[in-house]
Design a protein around this ligand. Structure first.
Ligand code: GLC
Length: 730
């Protein structure tokens, strides 16, 4: 399946929609038109704070960060009965990996290599969002994530554009369904357009320097797939690429998004980004910011109010034409019509005290499928759990840490922790001794930085969930146990937006805790909780098993217990490379070969990751044989030589040995198939080598495939397997 060819829900405004929009436009004042281009922020649940501007029609959309369904209904009633033209509000919200039911973070779910889990989880997220008054969610995040120092890799679908595109398409389908006017669907918003993931130094909000060929064949691809899938809206990004803030980037927002891809919806800026185009040193003032952002193709201004304040004068002096204003208004009204907001049927009531059972079951399935088994000396699965288990670490009992970044409606009481899950699932007679060992963070200032020559301490003292020094207690618990399970990682609020790190190690004194427990010589199973690839060589060398659990959501505990006890077999595969050391960064699989790949290592370290893209262990033992390629198809036979059933994710990589538009990566994922095999069962897997499989995007945006020589790999991850050579059309 080639993501760029997918066209599930593309729906242009119908003729009657266009007529209704024309009628409205003919009646609207300039202030009312600019109101449709203005998005406010609901920062209080008091309707009176917003009702007057709604009546005046000078705000057409809000971010519903407070108040939920009750406030949404109140404000919508004001808009549709008390305003002059009765145009409904468009209410948006950051539903990223669930609304009230919190699923694993997106980076985790991408490791399932099952895009349909995005569709199913986003279907529930849409249902819960719409029921609480939200029409439009700011997702899926389509940014390619190559630098784990950047906190927002947690929201991404990893470093590969092919897999990310499939996940984005599935998310759009889950959020929008086949008709976004349905009471359980919402409008999607592809973000952050474009290239935000390439922020220099992995520092959020930083500049990017993305050349055309890389932009075309890496960062744009998930967005192109999302547009083809019918996404209703796009959000422009915070970064400035080659000096142009994304909110003012006409090449991206108009030439590519609209002229090339035919996008019919609207573009909203990111938070206050219209104003930030001034601090970038691009626009001189708010007047210029308003003019250039609108002219570039950014239709709606998120919370800066600069459109509201400056566009009237710009229209009056002719710097902005009324036709430009009408174009943006038309796009926004088109989405409101598609959403059915002009005659909205009441959505079902919001989620009550308990999560629905279908949501809980899916959350557990998603969490189980997203956890990557990185190391296992055979200790897992726990055949017959030992009688005495020590559960040590600050993530064992903390529900909040299971939710991850961007869980604004998630509730700790919805979470089942590992401690609770193990007590429910270990056989009678088992003893589980749970000790925190140390806080997730220590009591110290968050950041001291040299600013203008002075040491400045910023941020408050870091969070700690336990001030007692219980490393000694943890060591005692380990000594008195037959097996230790350790829960380690980084704080949930150390990933997501404005949460970048230079160190990728476990936080606080957790390494000290691990070293002290490891010194007891007891077998240790480490469960890692984080929102990004981490670096943990000392743990790898001494643990019997390492399971990457990410931030797994409300069913964290049951999912981990299912895997530890062998009720479920791990099948997840990494979608971001795990660096051997921070000094390598950025490290990713789809790198260029270079002219001297024999000289690519550092003096003091390999350039290879600790764990490569596509890597993950199972409880089975898969053997690849009879790999062949006839130029039109490549195939392999997979055999499970293990004693347990398992799911193998068979991956197809290609390399074009030459390309007239520029060197292509030394490996590119172009297909995968998941196959479940019983012990001793074999299956032949075949991949078609179509033009889409082999092709690339030229600098002018056209799809190309060249009659050159290729390497093909069929393998369990991006670092293994032997290449097969073939020449296209030979
Ligand atoms: C934030 C984020 C964006 C989010 C928006 C609204 O700054 O960059 O992803 O959707 O503002 O909260």
């Amino acid at each position: 399946m080639n993501p760029s060819q997918i066209n599930i829900h593309k729906k242009n405004p119908s003729a009657e929609d266009s007529k209704q929009i024309d009628d409205l436009l003919s009646q609207m004042t300039l202030e009312e038109k600019i109101g449709q281009l203005t998005q406010g922020h609901i920062d209080s649940d008091a309707p009176e704070s917003f009702e007057q501007e709604v009546r005046d029609g000078i705000v057409g959309s809000y971010i519903l960060n407070q108040g939920g369904r009750a406030l949404a209904d109140t404000l919508q009633k004001t808009a549709t009965t008390d305003s002059r033209l009765e145009i409904p509000l468009l209410l948006g919200f950051d539903t990223i990996h669930g609304y009230r039911t919190v699923f694993p973070i997106s980076l985790a779910l991408s490791c399932a290599w099952e895009p349909e889990l995005y569709e199913r989880s986003q279907t529930i997220a849409a249902r819960e969002s719409r029921a609480d008054g939200v029409h439009w969610v700011f997702g899926p995040m389509c940014d390619i994530a190559r630098d784990p120092r950047w906190g927002r890799v947690s929201e991404s679908c990893g470093e590969d554009p092919y897999l990310a595109s499939l996940c984005v398409v599935a998310s759009v389908s889950g959020l929008q369904g086949s008709d976004i006017s349905a009471p359980n669907r919402v409008a999607a918003c592809l973000k952050h357009f474009v290239g935000y993931g390439a922020s220099i130094g992995g520092r959020d909000y930083n500049a990017t320097e993305i050349p055309v060929f890389t932009m075309r064949n890496l960062h744009l691809l998930p967005f192109r797939a999302g547009i083809a899938a019918g996404a209703a809206t796009v959000m422009s990004a915070f970064n400035a690429n080659d000096g142009i803030p994304a909110v003012c980037d006409r090449t991206a927002l108009t030439d590519i998004l609209r002229s090339e891809w035919g996008f019919e919806g609207f573009v909203v800026s990111d938070w206050d980004a219209v104003r930030e185009s001034i601090s970038w040193g691009y626009n001189a003032d708010e007047t210029e910011a308003a003019q250039r952002a609108l002219n570039a193709g950014n239709d709606m201004d998120m919370v800066s109010r600069i459109f509201q304040a400056n566009l009237p004068a710009l229209v009056k002096d002719g710097s902005v034409t009324i036709s430009e204003i009408d174009t943006a208004v038309r796009r926004i009204l088109g989405v409101k019509l598609r959403l059915g907001l002009f005659d909205e049927t009441a959505a079902p009531l919001p989620v009550g005290k308990k999560l629905p059972s279908d949501a809980i079951e899916l959350a557990r399935e998603c969490a189980t499928r997203s956890m990557v088994l990185l190391e296992n000396d055979g200790v897992l699965p726990l055949k017959s759990p030992p009688a005495d288990i020590a559960l040590i670490g600050p993530f064992s009992t903390d529900p909040v840490e299971m939710l991850g970044a961007w869980t604004l409606k998630g509730l700790p009481e919805d979470v089942i922790t590992l401690d609770v899950a193990l007590r429910d699932s270990l056989p009678p007679g088992s003893i589980l001794n749970t000790v925190t060992g140390c806080p997730i963070l220590e009591e110290k200032e968050r950041t001291s930085t040299l600013t203008n020559g002075k040491i400045v301490t910023v941020g408050s003292a870091e969070k700690t969930n336990d001030t007692s020094d219980s490393i000694v207690e943890a060591v005692e618990a380990a000594k008195n146990s037959d097996l230790v399970i350790m829960t380690l990682g980084e704080p949930a609020d150390w990933s997501g937006e404005n949460a970048c790190r230079t160190s990728l190690r476990v936080s606080g004194r957790q390494q000290e805790l691990f070293d002290a427990v490891a010194a007891t010589g007891k077998p240790i199973i480490v469960i890692l909780f984080c929102g990004r690839p981490l670096v943990f060589p000392e743990i790898t060398q001494r643990a019997s098993a390492v399971l990457m659990a990410w931030h797994p959501g409300v069913q964290a505990g049951p999912a981990i217990a299912d895997i530890l006890l062998g009720i479920e077999s791990p099948s997840a595969r990494l979608t971001m490379s795990f660096p051997t050391d921070e000094g390598q960064l950025p490290v990713y699989y789809n790198r260029l070969k270079t002219g001297r790949s024999w000289a690519a290592d550092y003096r003091d370290m390999t350039r290879e990751p600790a764990y490569p893209f596509g890597y993950g262990l199972t409880y089975a033992s898969f053997v690849y044989s009879s790999i062949s390629c006839d130029g039109n198809h490549a195939s392999v036979t997979i055999t499970n030589q293990g004693k347990r059933p398992g799911i193998e994710t068979v991956q197809l990589y290609i390399r074009a040995l030459s390309c007239s538009e520029g060197a292509r990566p030394e490996k590119e994922l172009r297909g995968f198939q998941r196959v479940e095999l019983e012990p001793d069962e074999s299956k032949k897997i075949t991949f078609a080598l179509t033009d889409e499989t082999l092709g690339f995007t030229a600098r002018d945006g056209t799809e190309r495939v060249e009659d050159v020589s290729y390497y093909i790999w069929i393998s369990p991850d991006s670092a293994s397997g032997d290449e097969i050579t073939f020449k296209k059309n030979s």
